[in-house]
Each structure stands twice: as C-alpha cells, then as structure tokens.
Design a protein around this ligand. Sequence first.
Ligand code: ATP
Length: 504
Amino acid sequence: MESCCRCCMPCLHRLWDRLWPDARRRSDTHDNHVIANPAAEAAEIRTVSGDIRVPSPKKRPVQLYAALFDFEARSDEELTVKEGDKLSVIEKRGDYVLAKKLTGSLESGLVPANYVALLQDEFAKHKWYYGNINRVKAEKLLLASQNNDGSFLVRISESHSDEYTISTRGEGKVYHFRIQRSSIGAYFVSDKLSFATLGELISYYQRNPRILGVLLKEPCAQQRELFDMEPWERPREEFQLHKKLGEGHFGEVWEALWTAENRKVAIKMLKQEDTKQDEFVKEVQALKSLHHPKLIQLLAMCSRGEPVYIVTELMCKGSLKSYLTGAEGQVLTSAHLIYMGSQIAEGMAYLEDRSIVHRDLAARNILVGDDLVCKVADFGLARIIKDSVYTASRNTKIPVRWTAPEAAIHQRFSVKSDVWSFGVLLYEMMSRGKMPYEGKSNKEVMDLLTSGFRLPCPPRCPPNIYHIMMGCWAAEPIKRPSFHALHSQLDSIYARIYFKTIEV
Ligand code: ATP
C-alpha cells in the first residue's frame, strides 16, 4: 500500500490522474523557472558632484512570498501567477499586493493579498499585522467607524524597515509606538522589556495595558469601503449576452462573452423593478473581498445604468442541485461526491477563518465546473460576524430545511449554523439531489428536529460520511466540527478510497 501524506493536494493530483487520465491539471503547466540572481537587485553606488560617492538609499530586505493558488490577471494592472511562484511584494494596496515575479519574466502587477503568503513571515497569521502600510493609512483605518478605542494594528516602520510600529486608537486619537530590535533580534518598546517574538510582545501589552497607557483590545477591522470599486467597473458594451442560464432571487443569470478579455463569463442582472438593491449591493460587497479558488470569483461590474450586472466566473455545469439530479450526477460514485464535498468544506473553511457566515449553504448555491470543481456561491445573505453569533432580524427569510434549529428559531447564525447546513448539503449530495425531509412541511421539519429526529442515512451513502453528517447536526452548536476539520476528514476518506485502504 502506498503511504499517504497529510497534505491532500499530491493525493488529489494522483487520484485525479487515475480517475481522469486525460484531464490536465493547471499546475502541471508550471515552468521550472530559475530564481533570479538577487545580486542583480543589489544597491548601486552612484557618483554625484565629481568623486563623492554616496550609497543609494537603504533597501528593504527582500521578503520572499509564494503564490498559494493560480491567479489569472483580469486587467493590465494585475499579474498572472501560478501556485508556488516566488514573488517579492513591493507594497500592499487595499486587498491587493503589488508583487513582482522573482522567476522567469520578472513582471510585476497586482495579486489578491490572500493569494500570497510570506514564506518566512511568522506574523502573517496575526489579524493585527498589516505589514507595509504607512502612518496616514493606519490612522485612516483606525479612525473609521468600524473601529473603536482599543483597535490596533502593527505595521512595518516607515523609517526603519526591520522595525515595526504599533498604531492604536484611544480616546478617538491614534497613538504610535515604535518597536525596536536589539542587536540579537529581540523586540522591545521599552528596552527594559524585550521579547523573542512580536506575538509575545503584543500579547504582553494586551495583558498589561497600563504600561503603554493604551488598550490593545481588538485588531483593526478591515474597511471594505476603502477598497476601491472602480477597478471592477467595466463598460457594458464589453459583454455580449449569449444564453440565459437561470433565474434567481435578483433576476436573470446569463452566459456571456467578455469581448475585451475573450473569455466566457456569467452575468447576474438586477431586475429593473426590483426593490432588493440593498441585498444585491451586499452580495457584491461580500464577493469583492473574497478570493479563494473554492469561492465564486467576482470579475467585473457594470453599475452605471440599468440593469446592473455582476460578472463572475462561469461554471459550465451550473448549480450542484441541478447537476446532481441530471444524468451526470446520477452516475457519480461516492468517491466523486466526497471529493466535491471536500472542496466545499475547503471554501467554507476560508469563510470560517474570516468569521463570515454564509447563511444559505445548500446544493442550489454551489456551482460546478469542469472536472467536478465546486465553488461556493450566492453571498446575498453572507455576513461578517463580530461575536461569533449573528442575530438576524425576525423577518429574514430562512431556508428552514438547511438551517440549524438555533438559527431557525432564535435567528442565531454562526459558523456552526453553516456547519449544520453543510451536513444537509452532504445529505443532498449523497442522495444525488433528493429534497431533505421530502413530503414534510417546514413546521413539521422544525418539530421533528426539536424532538431529536435527524435525516436518515441515504441509500449507498458510506457509514463514515453519514457519521460526519450526524456530527454536523449536533444539537449544541459547539459540538459540531469546524470546516477545517470537515475538510481534512473528507480529504483523508477520499485518500483512503483512492489507495483502496477502504471500500465504498
Ligand atoms: P437565489 O439567488 O434566489 O438564492 P439561485 O441561487 O437559484 O437563487 P442565482 O444565483 O441568481 O439564483 O442563479 C440562478 C441560476 O443561474 C443558478 O441556479 C445556476 O444554474 C445559474 N448560475 C448562476 N451563477 C452561475 C455561474 N457563475 N455560472 C454558471 N451558472 C450560474
């Protein structure tokens, strides 16, 4: 038996090759570039006024980033990168970074910030770490209405590139504290107290606010409205509508050709007479800031004139619900379905990390592309939550069959209520598109759930997958697994099926 690594991607790729030997993986097309010689970038010595030689300004140390996923540029400003490409990041710009390739073509351009990770950055995991933003931007962010006294961030110092600054809001003002480095690399604000890591320093001052005289309570909240809408706006003439794909809550969805990019796209239109503009705007706001290969990607907008278009990537097989009930869906094996479920859990784990609740997770809101690629869509009800639970207003329409009891009855939405919905989505998948609680009214469903009843194991569903579903339907939200755990469980079951260590 071959051994399986903990990381799912190599296994998936091998499985992929076996299940679909003719399919080409995008990452197979990577070039084996050579890393450019850093000496070529070394500071020059210039001569001014005769023979007085001055060094060029001190360069920031090169920080090596890697692209986490493939990203295709949508305009001249953006940079196409492949998973694993080595990059240097010149600056952060809103939700993007201006990056330069360190291999091959050495081009530069914008890449979504979440698509890159600093290879040697121990801080990237901290929500308070804002990297390369200047003092003015830090103040603007902290003073915006989403932040309060005690909101703070840490940024790279403008004058000393290997040092940092804590910017924190107190009594409506922003205070800045320089974090210096000792000769052995320790971090300190006051030289009486030094710390091995920036994380330790921050948590010390969080616990001892008197020493700095200000609170470091919550990481600065990202300001969505500071993110410029303009780059998404495109002239309507660039889109040729081809065929209607479906109709949803807001209006029609069309397949179209984006002529300027020579690429097929999906266009969601806002019904002209519709009064749901607010929700529509919320969907766009949510989509703008999300970048993950397992979430549907916003490509452009036409918001001037009517109807408003939201342009997203086209998923050629449409919604998972219709795919499951169609001819192809009916012949999918459990292995295929588990592979698809694992991708959905991966996309949801990205939302989980950002405390975003989707609130409408169901097969109808998953889109399917070639090679069984699945992406989470329909962010109309998605919300960022601050205190782990979002209490919706009583008149919010709720998809009862997919909604956890505490959310359906008390409007208490959380990542864990999304996990409940994921269990129902798994049920839809394993039953190849069956309506959950078929034949029952919404009221009957609520009564059944309150009395402890749960959906039965669908025919042909492996017991370990049903066990996962039941875990998602634990009555107490806290007992339900995380999306990260679901992703890793599904992945490992999938790998075991592949290596034939279990049969399904
Ligand atoms: P609602 O918005 O009311 O939740 P919905 O999910 O059915 O309902 P839409 O998101 O408007 O509504 O989509 C309607 C249909 O259009 C989908 O069921 C799907 O078949 C198709 N569709 C939507 N987006 C895409 C896309 N990006 N690629 C391919 N087909 C799509």
